[in-house]
Design a protein around this ligand. Structure first.
Ligand SMILES: [Zn+2]
Length: 163
């Protein structure tokens, strides 16, 4: 969390336009336990439970990253339905869905209307990728915002919903 605040300070000091450097965005992750079910409030230690890794800000295993149209990064979205799509439950007892809202340090966004699967960091001069949707002339149907630094995301709210 300290790293997140430090990075935010850095971005703010570089930001001469005065626009916000952070944005609240959804992320859907694989969940292998029952966290979020009635009475279950503590994170698990299942190796495959990406949700609990991220809740603990344990980024060592890279569960929060995926490989997509904009390379290997941390994929978030303004679209709750898209986050739900990636919020897979591997626990058969699960009766709910869980997505996270992060405070994401997007900084200066590169608005891209084409894929670049080789990316491992934002294009030079930018801090994040903001994928244009098909309505905007891009290649995705719903919003994707990609950051490449672990300290760019701060888990903020866990949303539990019936499925
Ligand atoms: Zn878990």
């Amino acid at each position: 969390m300290n790293q997140w605040f430090q990075y935010r300070s850095n971005l703010r000091s570089q930001n001469t336009r005065g626009s916000a450097v952070d944005q609240v965005l959804f992320q859907g992750l694989t969940r292998a336990c029952s966290i979020g079910e009635v009475g279950v409030t503590t994170s698990c230690n299942e190796p495959g439970c990406a949700l609990c890794h991220v809740l603990r800000c344990d980024f060592v295993d890279g569960h929060h990253r995926k490989v997509g149209y904009w390379g290997r990064g941390i994929y978030t979205t303004t679209a709750s339905n898209k986050a739900d799509h990636f919020a897979n439950n591997t626990s058969s007892q699960s009766r709910c869905g869980v997505v996270l809202l992060h405070k994401v340090l997007v900084g200066k966004r590169a608005e891209l209307g084409y894929k670049d699967t080789n990316l491992r960091q934002p294009p030079i001069g930018y801090n994040s990728v903001d994928a244009l949707t098909s309505d905007q002339g891009g290649v995705v149907k719903y919003s994707e915002v990609i950051v490449y630094r672990d300290d760019a995301i701060l888990p903020w709210i866990m949303i539990v919903y019936n499925i």
